[in-house]
Design a protein around this ligand. Structure first.
Ligand SMILES: Cc1ncc(C[n+]2csc(CCOP(=O)(O)OP(=O)(O)O)c2C)c(N)n1
Ligand SMILES: [Mg+2]
Length: 379
């Protein structure tokens, strides 16, 4: 045993701090490395389609919020690669427990666009009957748990679901998402600690977009990376370039495979940037230098990068890209037009879906509400 006073260790030594990247921001790549990843062309095109769909949808819905046609919107602009790349690496039986910006993952996994837009309107087609904030979809079919607005509370749920999968031996992996801000919540530490101890098949994905509303990541935590927090709980961790969709996909694919093989929980930090406002209720020009944002929005745009890559590999043509944009934009517009004309849920829905037998006092209260309304609409 050494008798010398030990030198404290400041940083975990094994973590590669430089994010894993396969495609440079200008779309260039090392062909041999790309080929070694063995991602079929159809999958590459599906990633691009999934990202573009989110971008076009976000642009349209934010405009509608400004026009007063929807009450609230939260974009994933600039984070499409991290959302789609990680979600695409899951199997259809796996579950997503999302944070704030993964709705595009639900769409990628089959949530119909109409159901998503209906949820934003809170109309009669909305499965949550207008009871959730806009942009909080859930889908049993897409195995996408409804988002919680409370930061971090979803992470112990993800661990618990993974522990259930482990006991059932059903081979399912759970993906638990979070933002950089969520790593400061107690629930983050609870979730990682339990997952580590019980070796639950969960892959945590931290979209480090460097902001939590107006708090920059430098004020969020004293650790230079989010990934090293996972190391403290015994979870293997990887940092990847969150604006490189292929890097996100390949890194996530490896972590999901490890979790499925029984190698315990895993952690992915996808380094990206929140180029949008936090939500439609936020004005980031009041607290950050928007010239930095502009660099991420333009030179580091994940869509521009992947488009250049696909064009360079001959997997996409400029004409094919334009046609895809037109197709997706037309889809978004058509679905919005259809859902905007759907009435709100009926008044009676206020007392439905909670009790099998509605208690008499709620029936009475509903009658009072109906009588107090100036008109007596069906909805
Ligand atoms: C427990 C809790 N505290 C505070 C808030 C308010 N709030 C909503 S989003 C947010 C920032 C979250 O930042 P991050 O986890 O980095 O996710 P991002 O918005 O960047 O995707 C905060 C503080 C909340 N919803 N829940
Ligand atoms: Mg954040």
């Amino acid at each position: 045993m050494s008798t010398a006073v030990p030198t404290p260790v400041a940083r975990p030594s094994g973590l590669d701090q430089a994010p894993y990247q396969l495609i440079a921001p200008d779309g260039r790549c090392d062909a041999a490395r790309i080929d070694a990843c063995a991602v079929p062309a159809a999958q590459l095109l599906a990633l691009y389609r999934g990202m573009l769909r989110i971008r076009l949808m976000d642009e349209r819905l934010l405009t509608m919020q400004r026009q007063g046609r929807i009450s609230f919107y939260g974009e994933a602009r600039g984070q499409e690669a991290a959302v789609v790349g990680t979600a695409a690496a899951l199997g259809p039986e796996d579950y997503i427990v999302p944070a704030l910006r993964e709705a595009g993952a639900a769409l990628y996994r089959g949530l119909p666009l109409a159901a998503y837009i209906a949820q934003i309107f809170g109309n009669d087609h909305d499965l949550t009957r207008g009871r959730q904030m806009p942009c909080h979809p859930g889908s049993r079919a897409a195995r996408y748990v409804t988002m919680s607005s409370c930061i971090g509370t979803q992470l112990p749920h993800a661990t618990g679901m993974a522990m259930a999968a482990q006991q059932l031996r059903d081979g399912h992996v759970i993906a638990g998402y979070m933002g950089d801000g969520a790593t400061s919540e107690g629930d983050f530490h609870v979730a990682l600690n339990f997952a580590g101890v019980f070796r639950a098949p969960v892959v945590f994905v931290c979209q480090n977009n460097q902001w939590a509303i107006s708090t920059p990541v430098s004020q969020q935590t004293a650790t230079p990376t989010m990934a090293e927090k996972a190391l403290a709980y015994g979870l293997p961790a990887v940092r990847c370039d969150g604006n490189d969709v292929l890097a996100c996909y390949v890194a996530m694919r490896a972590l999901v495979a490890r979790a499925r093989r029984g190698e315990g929980p895993q952690f992915l930090e996808a380094l990206t940037y929140r180029v949008s406002a936090h939500s439609s209720s936020d004005d980031p020009s009041r607290y950050r230098d928007e010239s930095v944002t502009a660099v991420w929005r333009e030179a580091r745009c994940p869509l521009v990068r992947f488009r250049a890559f696909l064009l360079g590999r001959g997997l996409l043509s400029p004409e094919g890209d334009s046609a895809l944009r037109e197709e997706l934009d037309a889809e978004v517009r058509a679905v919005i037009t259809a859902e905007e004309s759907v009435a709100p849920p009926p008044l009676r829905s206020l007392i439905e879906d909670v009790f099998a037998l509605v208690p008499p006092h709620l029936v009475e209260q509903l009658a009072e509400v109906a009588a107090a309304l100036p008109q007596k609409p069906a909805h």
